[in-house]
Design a protein around this ligand. Structure first.
Ligand SMILES: [Zn+2]
Length: 207
């Protein structure tokens, strides 16, 4: 510390900041605020993917995904997750005994549930995901935020078959798919992550 500064301290004087330095500090403060905002935004996104169903054990793993579709509200996701587990109870699967339930959240916040429905003519069976999607489409809804899938698998998260992935892709690649376990844990993927390099309606326009 130089002599003149020591003197100003002794006299109780405030050190004056040069205008250029003040401007620099203001820019620094703004930059810091932007960084803080971005960090909070990322934390919110991360929390969304790590969220668990109430009264359930922590999620085993999670992977965030960017999506231009506004993320669903936490309470909507809770409803969605509970709905897919409940839908599983209605599964008609006398041949495979593999129960699957699904719940689909529309952009308007409506939830359509579905279960797998098998048939003595095996190939006529339909998956829970497509049941839910077809119910929504037939009710006039075509914009979706998320779909959740439940099964009785305890060793791993249930994943949709290839046919269901393609049917989901028909309605966009950047919406969320919640893959759950009976204990309530889940991971989140986007349709794009589940079906990379996919073919969709817009590709038909490229001819
Ligand atoms: Zn399927």
């Amino acid at each position: 510390m130089c002599k003149c500064l020591r003197k100003s301290h002794r006299l109780g004087l405030k050190k004056e900041t040069p205008p250029a330095r003040r401007a620099s500090e203001e820019i620094g403060t703004r930059y810091f605020r932007v960084l803080l905002f971005l960090r909070r935004l990322m934390e919110t996104r991360e929390n969304r993917t790590n969220r668990i169903i109430s009264n359930c054990s922590p999620v085993e793993s999670a992977q965030s995904a960017t999506s231009p579709i506004p993320p669903a509200e936490p309470e909507d996701i809770q409803r969605l997750l509970q709905a897919c587990h409940k839908a599983k109870e209605s599964a008609y699967c006398p041949y495979s005994n593999f129960r699957v339930g699904s719940a689909l959240l529309t952009s308007e916040g409506k939830i359509y549930s579905g279960c797998n429905v098998e048939n003595a003519c095996y190939t006529l069976g339909i998956c829970a995901e497509r049941t839910a999607i077809q119910k929504a489409i037939s009710d006039g809804c075509r914009s979706f935020r998320a779909i959740a899938i439940a099964s009785d698998l305890t060793s791993e998260f249930i994943t949709p078959c290839g046919a269901c992935r393609q049917v989901m892709r028909e309605f966009g690649a950047d919406w969320d798919v919640y893959l759950t376990k009976p204990n309530g844990t889940y991971i989140v993927k986007t349709v794009r992550e589940l079906l990379p390099l996919s073919f969709g309606p817009e590709d038909l326009q490229k001819m």
